[in-house]
Design a protein around this ligand. Sequence first.
Ligand SMILES: *Cc1c(COP(=O)(O)O)cnc(C)c1O
Length: 383
Amino acid sequence: MPNDKFLPYYIPDIGQEEIREVVKVLKSGWLTLGPKTVQFEEECRKYIGAENAIAVNSCTNGLHVALVALGVGPGDEVITTPFTFPATAHVIEHVGARVVFADIKRDSYNIDPDEIAKKITKKTKAIIPVHYSGNAAALDEIYAIAREHDLFVIEDAAHAIGATYKGKKLGSFNSIACFSFYATKNITTGEGGLVTLNDQKLAEKIRMLTLHGISKDAWKRYTASGSWRYEVLYPGFKYNFTDIQAALGLVQLKKIGLFLEKRRWIAKLYNQLLDNMDGIKIPYIPKNDEPIWHLYVIEVEEKSGVSRDEFIDRLHRQGIGTSVHFIPQHMQPYYQKKFNFQPSDFPISYEVFQRVVSLPLYTKMTEDDVSRVAGAIKKVLGK
Ligand SMILES: *Cc1c(COP(=O)(O)O)cnc(C)c1O
């Protein structure tokens, strides 16, 4: 392995076309929410197959505004997974509702419908499943629970643009889904997110809430066809997208097929190189839907004799960047103290957390990069 340059955990794939399109917007005189955003929303909407798509400044704020639009607030409970990024739980706190965690399944690391069922009370208002690594949560079971108890479902689809559930794109179902275009996600606008849903009226409310609770889009107000008059219907938020982001996003979305193909190729290479390596376990592969590989997460098994932390350190010393998805939220000081949690309260999340390592996976990786990571792992395992 001649390359001793550090191989980072992630590098976004931004080409000349993205740069050209962003520069065009910069020169156009219209920087923020405007025609490019409208076009981006429409392209996303068609790609996902949803009836409505609203671009927002982050997936986090998409989740937040969805809860607000649904009227979830103090006195309500919302069930989600502890095995997620903090934002998924934080948005529940932001609306003043109570966070209720339900543990994950051992194979997919997705929220377990049986655990959800155990956590339902009279106060439960919504469920927020996360599609971990872009592998769909058990939506049929989750929707069935939601129907039975009259609950909303908001999907945290931050990892999942382009992913499917039983052949249908995530974000096209009769719930709300929130996607992320953060720098490390499968396509990026630097920061950014998208809310999709099929309910037109609710979509209008969400759109209104993302722009101060004002009844008209700002850009229409300031163009010749608009007028200066507007109405404030709610103390809304400043969560809108910008045309600078949209310019970037339109090009990235055009490339999504190529990006996903490349990710599958890298994952396959990893699978071939790592499958028979004693001491680690390669990632879960769903049976029905082709994975989009937002993450490539291996488990460092007990029998390897190497702890997960040591494994990460030793890879780092060989110039390989990695990450961990996720530190369970019930183990974070804020939630741990608030609810007096023990790590073992969510035993699967706790166990998985102690084992997982996310390996570098991005479209700019070469076959040599993948071999280098596999070689470094082999060395760590003393093979
Ligand atoms: C990245 C991520 C988010 C937050 O997305 P932002 O666009 O950065 O707000 C939420 N949930 C999960 C599971 C994520 O990985």
